[in-house]
Design a protein around this ligand. Structure first.
Ligand code: ATP
Length: 323
């Protein structure tokens, strides 16, 4: 292993820059030539590949977004597209690649390895935390912290005006962000894709709250792959409880931006260096994650075909602590 390339792909996530920095500095430490690919798989196909050095990644550790940019690229889903990408790597004698992204990114890496046998390593970078093979993905903790910051502010208005706020958080089809935001934000209830909570359950929660004379409520709604879903839920509740002042806040993309949290910086640094060392040790089509604070390697296929279960026991916390 003499030359490796790194790219970010799919949705950006806080901590991606810290991870790029760790990959670059790790490679430099081991005397490998390191290349950055701009715009994910699109850059591989378009030959947007350039040499990186230790100082190329100065002063990025604390920044959100990704200095290598990210993109979604349909052409890479085709064999022809992947062939073009491979030829660009071959031309530069690059003999290993590291992709930082989510399950779609790992599907791409897996096909690439199967077809061209070039060693690939995946690093889980997505705010959704929906990747099997790691307790946490890079960006998840920062996204939860952003959601908590917003919930705290919304709570002030909910309290001042005695309102019920439905706060919709991201997470695609998983409820990881929603569940932790509900616990950390002291929500009365949470609607998760993994549980069939519906508007009637929420109406019952609110009625219980009314009996307990709570003057305001925060209800967290997971977007469930349909951004704006909370508007419909609130509408149903409003029809049943017309005397309640009900509002909806959709947090949206603020959850994807901003400074990475301490936890994300450390996770990103750990996984970035581990990915470089793993390529050098002969890992070929794996993802590196952290489970119980130990490095764990999972095949890429497993990482995107197995579902990471949500710890729904944590729902007890929401229920009991909002009493
Ligand atoms: P996030 O979930 O955070 O958005 P992701 O990596 O899952 O991240 P996707 O948009 O699903 O984001 O995938 C990123 C890119 O990976 C796609 O634009 C495409 O180029 C590539 N990709 C996705 N699925 C496949 C596949 N089945 N085969 C080859 N490449 C794929």
């Amino acid at each position: 292993m003499k030359r490796i390339a790194v790219f970010t792909s799919g949705g950006d996530a806080p901590g991606m820059n810290a991870c790029i920095r760790a990959v670059v500095r790790g490679a430099v430490y081991y005397n490998l030539e390191i290349y950055g690919v701009n715009h994910g798989y699109k850059g591989l196909i378009d030959d947007d590949i350039h040499r990186l050095h230790s100082n190329s990644v100065s002063n990025i550790l604390q920044k959100g977004g990704t200095m290598l940019k990210s993109a979604r690229c349909d052409e890479f889903k085709t064999k022809e597209g992947r062939k073009k990408a491979y030829q660009n790597l071959k031309k530069r004698k690059i003999d290993g690649i590291i992709g930082i992204g989510g399950d779609g990114t790992f599907k791409g890496l897996s096909s690439f390895f199967e077809e061209f046998k070039i060693p690939v390593m995946g690093i889980p970078g997505t705010i959704d935390n929906d990747i099997f093979g790691t307790d946490f993905t890079i960006g998840y903790d920062s996204a939860v912290n952003t959601a908590l910051d917003a919930i705290d502010k919304i709570r002030d208005t909910a309290d001042s005006h005695g309102r019920i706020f439905f706060v919709e958080v991201m997470g695609k089809d998983s409820g990881h962000i929603a569940l932790r935001s509900a616990i950390g934000g002291g929500a009365e209830a949470v609607i998760l894709p993994e549980k069939n909570t519906n508007a009637t359950d929420i109406i019952n929660y609110i009625r219980e709250d009314m009996r307990r004379e709570k003057t305001f409520s925060i209800i967290i709604v997971a977007e469930k792959d349909s951004p704006g879903i909370s508007i419909g839920v609130a509408e149903v509740v409003r029809k049943t409880l017309p005397d309640k002042d009900i509002r909806v806040t959709i947090l949206g993309h603020i959850q994807r931006g901003g400074k990475p949290s301490g936890m994300d910086r450390i996770l990103a640094s750990t996984l970035g260096l581990a990915a470089v060392e793993a390529l050098m040790d002969g890992h070929k089509d794996n993802m590196v994650g952290l489970i119980n604070n130990e490095l764990v390697f999972t095949t890429l296929k497993e990482s995107f075909s197995k579902v990471k279960p949500l710890n729904t026991d944590l729902l007890r916390l929401v229920k009991i602590l909002s009493i």
